[in-house]
Design a protein around this ligand. Sequence first.
Ligand SMILES: Nc1nc2c(ncn2[C@@H]2O[C@H](COP(=O)(O)OP(=O)(O)OP(=O)(O)O)[C@@H](O)[C@H]2O)c(=O)[nH]1
Ligand SMILES: [Mg+2]
Length: 696
Amino acid sequence: MTDLKTGTVLSGRPGSGAHRVVALCGPYLSGKTSLLESLLYATGAIGRRGSTRAGTSVGDGSQEARKRNMGTEINIASAEYLGDHWTFLDVPGSIEFQHDSLAALAVCDAAVIVCEPSPERVIALSPLVKYIEDNRIPHIFFVNKIDSADGRVRDTLAALQTVSSRKLVLRQVPIRKPTSDGGEETIGYVDLVSERAYRYKSSGASDLIEMPAEILPRESEARREMLETLSEFDDTLLEQLIEDVAPEKSLIYRDLHDEFGADQISPVLIGAGDRENGVRRLLKALRHDTPFVDETATRRALPSNGPSSNSGAMAECFKVLHQAHAGKLSLCRVWSGALSEGQSLGGVRIGSLFRPFGQRLDKANEVTAGEIVALAKVDALSAGQSIAAAGIAPVDDFPPAEPAVFALALTAKNRNDEVKLTGALQKITEEDPSLSYEQRSETHELLIKGQGEMHLKVAVEKLAGRYNVAVETVPPRVAYRETIQGGSQQHARYKRQTGGHGQFADIKVEVKPLARGSGFRFVDKIVGGVVPRNFIPAVEEGLRDYLKEGPLGQPVVDLEVTLFDGQYHAVDSSEMSFKMASRIAMTEAMPKCRPVLLEPILKVTVAAPSDSTSRIQRLISGRRGQLLGYDARPGWPGWDEVSALMPEAEVADMIVEIRSVTQGVGTYRTEFDHLQELVGRTADRIVEETKKRAAA
Ligand SMILES: Nc1nc2c(ncn2[C@@H]2O[C@H](COP(=O)(O)OP(=O)(O)OP(=O)(O)O)[C@@H](O)[C@H]2O)c(=O)[nH]1
Ligand SMILES: [Mg+2]
């Protein structure tokens, strides 16, 4: 196909058998997996249309997804339609499983944003739309569940335009009919380019009907808006509109194609995915307008020479799966050339090739540019890397993992499972890089960190279900510290006489508080060798040992201990006895120095849509937070960033509340700021709990 504007020759054309990839994305429960099912059914890829509700859909076949009736992982399935190959990447809508969404978007030629027909729900789309726009991914909005819409499509369109910086082009208007209960229902649509009217059927393709007279005013208004938007990017069309010449359909289709491919406009289609309404219209729009693999590779500045290239193969891994039988699977998009079983590429042997279809893996001998393939047992290849003749290398623009916003402390129910647990954690975090684990030395806990409660719950289920490691989780402990508010001098003597030669050490120390953040300082003021030089390191070691757990049960910080006097015995003194004397000195001195608990305070920045800013501020104040201010979020029109200082203990489960006041889209990031004295009932409770734990 030749681009009429630029004259460049494009690789594919509809019906040429090329492989294209479409991501189905959108907010939680907007109907993506149901739409996938209808797309597969309408194209004949499956003979029966299942449903997510009944647990019979191709997508969401994993245990974790079925159990919850929600997507928890990417679903992949392919179909053929009018001579083209399509692979659909249906991603979970929940913000907690967002990473799969970004990974799928990285490798797709176009995205279909499946959304609810409700203006109030549109804000939930804004982070996704921003990501898609920032990466210049051509995208169609599919206003789904039109069967249950009670508002007007144009209101949803207006709301969508507030989160979209691309011009939206409505391509269909609904035909509505009054219902017996006084409401209205959508019974079909008018296609604004062909100006044909269709009536939806409960299953199958819609029927062509005569244009209802009452829709004409709305139809011509919407059509004019569509043409005006298209003419903003095409002078020929603009002139025709000014001169009142009716534009040729071919010109309109060409503009739609080019302006969509150049990510200047976003078409808006309507339908009901779970009953096939509007599904064929969507397929046709995709067929005509979705860029081909080489165009996408060009957009991403990846090397590709199209499906017919003889040059080397290049594939990008966007996701890893670990399977009981197949082992490690690297899900890749082939950007150029072909891959075949047993081939060697960049010094790496490629094992079996599979085409994923829901939970099924279909063995393939060879795959070509444009396809999605699972490469078995290429252990070195992980998400965000490419494999080519030059070997395995990172892909620069692959989406990084989101920082964690929620954590749990993890222990294997069976102590013998600890090694198995680490192995399983390695695998599930490779499958989902927005999940991570860490051994936290301050609290001696194994933490699993991710994007929210549900995210971690599913991770824990995977550990048990797929790796047979049962674990227990508790909220992570806060790394409290303690310090002193006053000083004291202390004389301590350690003396033992047991049989042969004894033990003797005598020291005098002065303990005093230091400024916050100073840590521990040891000062040696011994003169005249009253404590011999070779024993002084032992004194310091004894002090440091003691400071691991002070009178309040926490590591002690921000204090200075000066050794200023002492005595020794030529035979009985030893490093050991000076260490003991240090410990005795501290045990006696510390309670006299008014110990106080220190809690970590984090600098927190919450990002959320501006209309929730005041609620975010209240939420922070209600969690012992000290507001520092708020500002517009850079690069995010309509969003604010609220910054505050907050105790770590209060931040732990804050994401749950942030999401509930922001339709799920609010996020936060933190950095350690300082340690702050904590007194009163909360402090007493913490000391009490620490003692109980130590005794247990
Ligand atoms: N009325 C109506 N309901 C729909 C339509 N499409 C999906 N649903 C319902 O919406 C719910 C969610 O459908 P899914 O297809 O699982 O949604 P999803 O977007 O894949 O959900 P996640 O992957 O969890 O984000 C189910 O109860 C569907 O039956 C539709 O066109 N009309
Ligand atoms: Mg889904």
